[in-house]
Design a protein around this ligand. Structure first.
Ligand code: MG
Ligand code: ZN
Length: 461
């Protein structure tokens, strides 16, 4: 169930109107592609074309607002507030085997939405509601000669990075062992394509960075690499493996690089008060002094990834020459700390994610044929409630950059002390660069696939 929004042309690249193209009449919610926009003056024609997609996992409007209030004050603006075009998109998934909406998506279904343009069930990694593999924007870009990158603060086998380069029936099939148990038809020993870890290495983006070392340490069960670890397989596939920020910085320029910086997710940036049923005295967040200093920050990961992909795309031979790149950058633990009801954990990740947005926008300023998109994948729990109040859930109060108290409530856990839940709200989507106008208004998460493939002039077929 793919829905395409009307392509009626509303080009609004910061005050520059490029003239109206033929409007398209949308019938019963399905737009025709009859009047696909012709060359966009000022963009098309000077290659390379690049797409940088920044995903704040669980980054709804509440998460953005809380981080803004805390870090720069209510009247301040974050980097992600400065993009040219802003809209909202719906994030619902569908029930397995049907097209019936499931109003609260997870990161697997939502990621599959923009990665493939297809609605699917919660837990699915780039397979549709009936389990059929769907080609991803990264795979299509790679096939067309673009350089590609997939980077995150989570395990690289986690749902959001996984959707770009793997196809499995269940998001938990991260390594060969989990796959044998949970996704037997995907397992190598049964003739499947293998775990998410193996498939990512097989897809081989030029830059693959994050955590998840414990899955790379597992042994491949069958086929050419049987008995070797997935990391051995990665090296055989040509990867240079970096395990620290320093190694990442000095990785050989001509090789694809796999960064495996932690056994699981990368460490948190910030720490702070734990919310309680009685609220907490107003406090400020502090830097996490227990963070493993050898791990790169997300803004460093973004900087290195963009620099490498830019160089690779300009030095490429043949079809790859001058093609540009596709890169996804995920701030994963906004979601994970929202689940954990940890306001400073959540805001610290969000602030670091915003630094990565700043890195992407600085690149875009010098390379105008780059589409930068900043969005989330689904809503989450945290709510800004009246200062000092208590709720049915747990609350904590932080002192913001305005020197004012901000109380945050977490109240969606189904049992006391349990994990907070995702919510089904629409999500902000913002963009700058070619095709950015497509995010305006209210769209569907799956429409982002079309926006990105248009910017790269690639198609599904
Ligand atoms: Mg994620
Ligand atoms: Zn989540």
């Amino acid at each position: 169930m793919t829905s395409f929004r009307s392509t009626a042309c509303r080009i609004s690249h910061r005050g520059k109107a490029f003239g109206a193209l033929a409007a398209v009449v949308a019938l019963t919610g399905t737009a025709t592609a009859a009047a696909a926009p012709a060359a966009h003056p000022g963009h098309r024609g000077h290659q390379p074309a690049n797409v940088i997609l920044l995903i704040g996992d669980g980054m709804g409007d509440s998460e953005i607002t809380a981080a803004r209030n805390y870090q720069v004050g209510a009247d301040g603006r974050l980097n992600l507030d400065r993009l040219d075009s802003t809209g909202a998109y719906t994030t619902y998934s569908v029930r397995k085997g049907t097209n019936t909406p499931d109003y609260v998506t997870d990161s697997a279904a939502s990621g599959t939405g923009w990665a493939t343009g297809t609605k699917t069930y919660n837990g699915a990694i780039s397979v549709d509601t009936h389990g059929r593999r769907k080609a991803t924007v990264l795979e299509l870009a790679q096939r067309a000669g673009y350089r590609t990158g997939d980077v995150t603060t989570a395990e690289v086998q986690d749902a959001t990075p996984a959707v770009l380069g793997a196809h499995v029936s269940d998001r938990d099939c991260k390594g060969p062992q989990e796959t044998s148990r949970l996704c037997p038809s995907d397992a190598r020993e049964n003739g499947g394509a293998g775990s998410i870890a193996e498939q990512l290495v097989q897809t081989r983006p030029d830059v693959l960075l994050g955590g998840g070392g414990k899955y790379f340490e597992q042994q491949v069960t069958a086929g050419r690499y049987a008995g070797q670890t997935v990391l051995d397989q990665a090296r055989s596939r040509g990867y240079f493996v970096a395990t620290t920020a320093a190694q990442l910085r000095t990785a050989p320029r001509d090789k694809p690089v796999l960064g495996s910086f932690a056994p699981g997710n990368l460490d948190l940036e910030w720490v702070g008060p734990t919310p309680t049923h009685q609220n907490t005295p107003a406090a400020r967040c502090s830097v996490n002094t227990h963070r493993d200093a050898s791990q790169p920050h997300l803004s460093t990961i973004a900087d290195v990834a963009i620099d490498r992909l830019d160089r690779l795309s300009r030095s490429g031979k043949g079809a790859k020459h001058g093609k540009g790149f596709f890169l996804q950058i995920e701030g994963a633990s906004i979601d994970k700390q929202d689940h954990a009801a940890n306001p400073c954990g959540q805001i610290g990740e969000k602030v670091e994610f915003d630094r990565a947005v700043g890195v992407a926008l600085a690149y875009q300023k010098k390379h105008r044929n780059t589409l930068v998109i900043v969005t989330g994948d689904h809503g989450h729990t945290s709510q800004i409630v009246p200062a000092g109040s208590t709720t049915a859930g747990v609350t904590a109060t932080l002192t913001t950059a305005d020197n004012a108290p901000m109380t945050i409530s977490y109240a969606t856990a189904s049992e006391p002390g349990g994990s907070q839940e995702h919510t089904g709200t629409q999500i902000r989507v913002a963009a700058s660069g070619p095709e950015a106008y497509r995010v305006e208004g209210v769209t569907n998460q799956t429409d982002l696939f079309t926006t990105m493939t248009k910017a790269l002039s690639i198609s599904r077929d």
